[in-house]
Design a protein around this ligand. Structure first.
Ligand code: 6PG
Length: 476
């Protein structure tokens, strides 16, 4: 196995391969980095360092397999070109970065034309996952999976039942598409945890360390997940310099590298309402609009805010309701993410199996959670599930969650605390279950001003009302 790019992710992945008994060829554009890698980790397994990409390629066993772990974008294209030049027919180039799936589709085509196999593989789990077992989402040609599969299975995380968290997702861009949606869900999951924190901190007046304890407790139940676990760690951390909770000295402006935004842009094109992910991306953008926020602070009328004491709820009950709102909103975000995977798969003809995605997200990745076992079961029970929310298990969970969820949305609104994903997810939920939507009004408006026509509930056909005439209806 070859690894190109020895920044943290690449070097950890190379070490992971070596720890599993594979001989690993390594190459980095700056030779000093390769030398440093060998000096620090050379004794962990069999490594074959090279100073040039040609030597690196020559050191690989055929069919050659090289995974690229460099920055997504131009750097990836440059390395692919160099590898393809040095490689021969049937060799496999794997892009393990967070590449945009449309770039992957293009690269796969370009490589196929040169008889090279190109595999765009989403890899999740951060630095720790790369070293000890990530969740891997490879796309590309089925033939390359035959030779790559066992290698990737050996280094992937394993779910509790021992299944490796990797599978062939589908052709060309399917792997990177699924990784993109994984990241979109990650954004929503992080945001709902943030909203729960906000309510507990500024609604119920709890201290970060107290909230950390609550999250630790939640982590042992149905909300058990890597993200809840690490949030407790973050909230417990005290800043050495000021003695304050670290969370209070971190600037509240969330960064983003783009995968969440891509998920939403693609959802817009596919017509899939990933409202939870969308609100999470916008929440990050809003948090980073520092000038606008500074201008608005203290200058926008807040209305008649209620204090926590006026809500008529005791703290323990409030905390439990926030847990339920978090759970319900998280469920919506996952349901929407899976809808996007299904729609993307249909649009691009990938044949992605949503249940398999739940299966390989059970361990190793950032969104790993107890809950993913249930999602896998939901798709095992019904591979054609229309929405995750309609699975009998989640449906009965929602019965238990929905009233608390509504209360929390009201509390947040009354206290003037922003909870965009809690709130919009509830609206999505209510829209989905509504017998009638105001879309009928919109169709009427469209027909009125632009003769855009409408359909009727009681007969087939397309109709238009002669609004500026005698207002009779004609068939369009
Ligand atoms: C993962 C992560 C990883 C990365 C995110 C961070 O699955 O291991 O998602 O890919 O940490 O891209 O994204 P932002 O910088 O946009 O938050």
């Amino acid at each position: 196995m070859g690894v190109v790019g020895l920044a943290v992710m690449g070097s950890n992945l190379a070490r992971n391969f070596a720890h599993h008994g594979h001989t690993v060829a390594v190459y980095n554009r700056t030779t000093a980095k390769t030398e440093k890698f060998i000096a620090e980790h050379g004794d962990e397994g069999e490594f074959v360092p090279s100073e040039t990409i040609e030597k690196f390629v020559a050191s690989l066993e055929r069919p050659r397999r090289a995974i690229i772990m460099v920055q997504a974008g131009k750097a990836t294209d440059a390395v692919i070109g160099q590898l393809a030049d040095a490689m021969e027919d049937g060799d496999v180039i794997i892009d393990g970065g967070n590449s945009l799936f449309t770039d992957t589709i293009r690269r796969e085509r370009e490589m196929a034309a040169r008889n090279r196999h190109f595999v765009g593989a989403g890899i999740s789990g951060g630095e720790e996952g790369a070293l000890n077992g990530p969740s891997i989402m490879p796309g590309g040609p089925k033939e390359s999976w035959e030779s790559l599969g066992p290698l990737l299975e050996s280094i992937a995380a394993r779910a509790e039942d021992g299944t490796p968290c990797v599978t062939h997702v589908g052709p060309d861009g399917a792997g990177h598409f699924v990784k993109m949606v994984h990241n979109g869900i990650e954004y929503a999951d992080m945001q709902v945890i943030g909203e729960a924190y906000q309510l507990l901190r500024f609604g119920a007046g709890l201290e970060p360390a107290e909230i950390a304890d609550i999250f630790t407790e939640w982590n042992s139940g149905k909300l058990g997940s890597y993200l809840i676990e690490i949030t407790a760690e973050v909230l417990r951390q005290v800043d050495a310099e000021t003695g304050k909770p670290l969370v209070d000295v971190i600037l509240d402006a969330a960064g983003q590298k783009g995968t969440g935004r891509w998920t939403v842009k693609e959802a817009l094109d596919l017509g899939i309402p990933t409202t939870g992910i969308g609100e999470a991306v916008f929440a990050r953008a809003l948090s980073s609009s520092l000038d606008q926020r500074a201008a608005a602070q203290g200058n926008l009328p807040a209305g008649t805010l209620k204090s926590f004491g006026d809500l008529g709820v005791d703290r323990d009950e409030f905390v439990e309701k926030v847990r339920k709102a978090l759970y319900a909103s998280k469920l919506v975000a996952y349901a929407q993410g899976f809808d996007e995977i299904k729609a993307g798969s249909a649009e691009y003809g990938w044949g992605v199996n949503p249940g398999d995605m739940a299966m390989i997200w059970r361990a190793g990745c950032i969104i790993r959670a107890v809950f993913l076992e249930r999602i896998k079961e939901a798709y095992d029970n019904n591979p054609e599930l229309t929405s995750l929310l309609l699975d009998p298990y989640f449906n009965s969970e929602l019965t238990d969650l929905v009233d608390a969820w509504r209360d929390v949305v009201v509390y947040a609104t009354r206290l003037g605390l922003p909870a965009p994903v809690f709130t919009s997810s509830l609206s999505y939920y209510d829209s989905l279950r509504a017998e009638r939507l105001p879309a009928a009004v919109i169709q009427g408006q469209r027909d009125f001003f632009g003769a855009h026509t409408y359909q009727r509930v009681d007969k087939e056909g397309t109709f238009h009302t002669l609004w500026s005439g005698d207002r009779s209806e004609v068939e369009a």
